[in-house]
Design a protein around this ligand. Sequence first.
Ligand SMILES: [Zn+2]
Ligand SMILES: [Zn+2]
Length: 312
Amino acid sequence: MNRREFVQSIAAAVMVPAGRRQELSANEWGSSVFDLHFHLRAQTASNLAHLDGAGVTKANLLTRGAALEQVQALQAAAPGRFTWFNSYDVTKSDAENILTQAVKAGAQGFGELKFHVAADGPELRRIYALAADLRVPILIHFQEVDHFPDEGTWSTGFAKTFESVLKGYPKTTFIGHADAFWANVSADYRNEAAYPTGPIKRGGLTDKWLGDYPNLFADMSANSGNNAMSRDSEFTADFLTRHQDKLLFGSDCACVDGHGAGVSQNNNPAAARMAGKCVARETLSLMKRSSSPAIFQKIVWGNVHKLLRIPA
Ligand SMILES: [Zn+2]
Ligand SMILES: [Zn+2]
């Protein structure tokens, strides 16, 4: 395809009225769907290909550093379908300034924050305070077990220290994500595996904190969220009911077409169970069969609109 044909193909895709696309999406899942955890892709068309392929109506673009031009181009190509978060190296001295500028330019939150620092360390603490000042949520990747040799850990100390953060920053809205966050739905987890299997031992920290702290929400994306919700169907049904106002659907899927082509979980051999699958489709199907239509609708659509204070 040459450049002119490419531009024409984009124009043709944009010609489909947004209302019509939302109708199609609603038909497939029984509800419109918002993907909270969608990493911005380089080409406008590849972003839309994943949303349309997976039956997703709207998505929140996770960006890092300078991304405003790309975000605006995508928002112009598909009006009303994209919100965005911004992230920036929290170890750099200009992090607060850069993130503040992003919010002033329209970013609705910080994320994903994924750095080799402690969850209760000074680098992240100043960002927690800034998120409260700017009244935006902050999405954090918690991981204590490498996916490949020497990967290193991210926002470490979740189980040991994060409750003190939740208490210390009551005005900050936290959205938890990734391996350590989801493995700790089970009370017997001790950082022994990225994705523990088998029945859930009731009373896990993540489950407890979602109940105890109004400022904690959960991002259900990636193999971590899907794995946790696949372990114990009785637990899952109770968990979705118990935290129906705190759970937010997300995919973190990197597949090409919203049907599992390409690689769905990058750099992550431990997530082989998702090979050839679209994480968005897998998790939507799993939640649909594990909850009532009303609860499903809150998790995939209603909750995130309330949290970001945007019209549904
Ligand atoms: Zn992540
Ligand atoms: Zn996918």
